[in-house]
Design a protein around this ligand. Structure first.
Ligand SMILES: Nc1ncnc2c1ncn2[C@@H]1O[C@H](COP(=O)(O)OP(=O)(O)OP(=O)(O)O)[C@@H](O)[C@H]1O
Ligand SMILES: *[C@@H]1O[C@H](CO)[C@@H](O)[C@H](O)[C@H]1NC(C)=O
Ligand SMILES: *[C@@H]1O[C@H](CO)[C@@H](O)[C@H](O)[C@H]1NC(C)=O
Ligand SMILES: *[C@@H]1O[C@H](CO)[C@@H](O)[C@H](O)[C@H]1NC(C)=O
Ligand SMILES: *[C@@H]1O[C@H](CO)[C@@H](O)[C@H](O)[C@H]1NC(C)=O
Ligand SMILES: *[C@@H]1O[C@H](CO)[C@@H](O)[C@H](O)[C@H]1NC(C)=O
Ligand SMILES: *[C@@H]1O[C@H](CO)[C@@H](O)[C@H](O)[C@H]1NC(C)=O
Length: 644
């Protein structure tokens, strides 16, 4: 009682205390209001304040940008004649996070560079988030966000407001969604770089309206469409880069209207048909990359006399016929892996390659190295116009609604060398040979039909076993989860037992199923690699929509789990570690220097290093295909990292 009364505050004290609380509340309220007001876009900050807010949000150097005048030699900032900031270059400063809202206040900006240059050793920017704070920067002429982390579900619509833009670089990000036709509203664009994102097609016809466009680069997006002829309207285009875009259909005649075109990159697509005759008019062309498509017919002779052409890459297509190059001024020519015949051209003063063709006297084994649907020189390809390929005497390998490509079993070895004679004697003999060939085809077909197993049966290369699906299914208890030992880019990996031996069974999941020829070539390639430090391919299974690779089983699993699994640590002393490193090096050395063709692994990481029961390191997973970058001209080799 005594105590209580002693501590009871007086009325006076209560009043003072209440007032204190109210003042405190008021202060909180006030400061909150100020904060809210300052943060709302309706309040304008001076350029200096806006820059400092950006500096703090991005944790840039705190000693930067002191005082009130940004035009007085501030780092990475430039000004216009109105003493307003018009240039901000924060490339490669290790920035992480979204673009701060305060950037809206810098409404005189004409150049904004937040990019990372390629292969720089400087700290990387990782700018993310949507780009809505940029939408009021309508004076922007140059916007560069190359190599950031823009992970967007749709193309950022704030860009459509920036109608003054001359150059827009959003390449090497993770932007998804369709290529927006609204972009065509940016009619001043000279440079448009959107390559290496996850954009989807088609290329809007509206893009034909970019009358100033000089450089258009959309490489490595999943456009999955044809090349619209409207691209031919881009009169000022000098550079067109559409490699690795899943483009199909023919090469449009209308591209011949691009009189200023210097570089054209269409490699690694599924383009069909022939090189249009109209392209004779592309007289400014210096670099033409058409490698890795399904282009066919003969290589037009005029190509070799295009006046400015310097680098011509036509490898890995379906070109056939004799090649008559008498002289050319082209410095670099690659024609590897086609079906070209006749005498092999000699161009000693050029960087000229033409391996894996069907030249007289060529080693037909060379064609096995070619990643191509069929690598037999006794086969050539013909396009048959219209519909269901009624006159296709053999297997149909490629088609769209209006065109098909047929594989015709033609003259066998000896006959092909007599082809010139056939020409000389005249068409009569050709007709006879054709009749013979038809007879041969029909005979073979009837034989295949009589044999009656699965159509298109492929035994596979020597040394690897062809497994039946039902056997692998049994070995894994119908691909039961309990048999799963890992999963990767290709699909899930199961442990099973066949012929009394433990094996790792890698089954392609639906999205990584390749076309039959791709899969077979991969099997052929892997079957040729034998080394103590490589996981060995034992066999494969190819039935209907199933693609499975069977490897020797590595009981100690992968190095990653071994090193980082705390629950179940395995003692790896330094000698053992050294041994593993040496093993990996030897495996890689074999792939680079002794394998034929050489293979670049390109994805060496602990999870791809497996260990057998004696902890011998073995590399796995050479089946990685990667695309090259903007300016690299070589197309990726699809099975593994084969070096060509
Ligand atoms: N022959 C094998 N023996 C034992 N385990 C294996 C074998 N092959 C693969 N595995 C296990 O399955 C995992 C996945 O293998 P896989 O090679 O398909 O994918 P990854 O290399 O991890 O990924 P990615 O294909 O995306 O590079 C491996 O990390 C390993 O743990
Ligand atoms: C920004 O600065 C980098 C060097 O840090 C430079 O390479 C780049 O060209 C600059 N960007 C612009 C638009 O000037
Ligand atoms: C970003 O793009 C602009 C305009 O194309 C260019 O001037 C600048 O050099 C680029 N920045 C870097 C770091 O390459
Ligand atoms: C494609 O872009 C991603 C994301 O920025 C980048 O990591 C990758 O290196 C790029 N690929 C190439 C081949 O440049
Ligand atoms: C089919 O391919 C040919 C060229 O090979 C092309 O001209 C044609 O437009 C294509 N048709 C369709 C429907 O894509
Ligand atoms: C090629 O150019 C010439 C004139 O430069 C023109 O007459 C001709 O029509 C063009 N050919 C094609 C197929 O575009
Ligand atoms: C090569 O260039 C020379 C000089 O420009 C020219 O006279 C010649 O016709 C060219 N040859 C071919 C095959 O185009």
């Amino acid at each position: 009682m005594h105590l209580r009364s002693h501590f009871r505050p007086s009325n006076m004290a209560i009043a003072v205390c209440l007032r204190e609380i109210q003042t405190f509340h008021l202060l909180v309220l006030l400061s909150w209001l100020t904060f809210a007001l300052c943060n709302s876009s309706s309040t304008t900050l001076s350029d200096a304040e806006a820059l400092r807010a950006i500096r703090d949000a991005w944790k840039l150097n705190q000693s930067w940008w002191q005082g009130d005048d940004p035009c007085n030699g501030w780092e990475n900032v430039g000004c216009d004649t109105d003493n307003r900031v018009n240039y901000l270059n924060l490339s490669s400063l290790g920035i992480v996070g979204d673009i701060p809202d305060e950037i809206r206040n810098l409404d005189h900006l004409t150049i904004l560079d937040l990019s990372n240059p390629r292969n720089s050793s400087l700290p990387y920017n990782f700018i993310s988030g949507d780009l809505s704070p940029l939408q009021s920067l309508t004076r922007l002429l140059h916007l560069n966000l190359t190599f950031n982390s823009l992970q967007l579900e749709v193309f950022p619509s704030s860009i459509f407001n920036l109608t003054s833009l001359i150059s827009l670089r959003l390449d090497n990000n993770l932007i998804s969604g369709p290529l927006p036709k609204e972009l065509a509203g940016l009619e001043n664009l000279v440079y448009l770089y959107l390559g290496n994102n996850s954009l989807s097609g088609p290329i809007p016809k509206e893009y034909g309206a970019f009358s100033n466009l000089q450089e258009l680069s959309l490489w490595n997006n999943y456009l999955n469409s044809t090349i619209p002829s409207e691209i031919g309207l881009l009169q000022n285009l000098r550079y067109l880069n559409l490699h690795d875009c899943s483009l199909y259909g023919g090469l449009p005649d209308d591209l011949a209207r691009l009189r200023k075109l210097e570089r054209m990159s269409l490699y690694s697509n599924q383009l069909t048909g022939e090189i249009p005759d109209a392209w004779r008019n592309l007289t400014g062309l210096q670099h033409l990359y058409l490698k890795g498509n399904y282009l066919t017919k003969s290589i037009p002779p005029w190509l070799f006399s295009l006046p400015k052409l310097y680098n011509l890459s036509l490898g890995y297509n379906l070109f056939y016929g004799d090649l008559n190059i008498k002289s050319t001024n082209i410095s670099i020519i690659s024609l590897d892996c086609n079906f070209l015949s006749g005498p092999e051209p000699e161009l000693p003063n050029h960087n000229f390659t033409s391996e894996g063709n069907c030249f007289a006297g060529a080693d037909t084994n060379d064609k096995i190295k070619c990643y191509q649907p069929y690598y037999d020189c006794s086969i050539f390809f013909e396009r048959v116009p219209n519909g269901s390929c009624p006159s296709c005497p053999a297997r149909q390998i490629l088609y769209n609604a209006s065109t098909c490509v047929c594989m015709i079993d033609a003259l066998k070895e000896g006959a092909s060398s007599s082809r010139n004679t056939i020409k000389a004697i005249g068409s009569t003999l050709a007709v006879i040979v054709f009749a013979l060939c038809m007879f041969f085809v029909l005979w073979r077909r009837s034989r295949i039909l009589n044999q009656k197993p699965m159509k298109d049966f492929w035994e596979g290369p020597e040394g690897v076993q062809r497994f039946l699906y039902k056997d692998l299914s049994r070995a894994t208890n119908d691909f039961d989860r309990n048999h799963e030992i890992g999963h990767g880019g290709f699909g899930k990996v199961y442990l099973g037992e066949v012929n009394g031996k433990a094996v790792a069974i890698k089954r392609a999941h639906t999205s990584s199923i390749q076309d039959v020829s791709g899969f077979r070539n991969e099997v052929v390639l892997l079957s040729r690699l034998h080394h103590r430090n490589l996981v060995r391919l034992l066999g494969f299974c190819e039935e209907n929509e199933t693609q499975i690779l069977v490897y020797e089983y590595m009981p100690k699993g992968n190095l990653h789990t071994l090193l980082f699994n705390i629950q179940n640590p395995i003692q790896l002393d330094w000698l053992k570690r050294l041994d593993i490193a040496l093993g990996v090096a030897q495996g890689l050395d074999y792939l680079h220097s002794f394998a034929d063709p050489p293979v670049i692994h390109r994805d060496v990481k602990p999870s791809n290093i497996l260990l057998d029961e004696n902890t011998v390191a073995k590399l796995s997973d050479f089946g990685i295909s990667k695309v090259t970058s903007e300016f690299e001209t070589e197309f990726p080799t699809k099975p593994a990292g084969t070096l060509h």
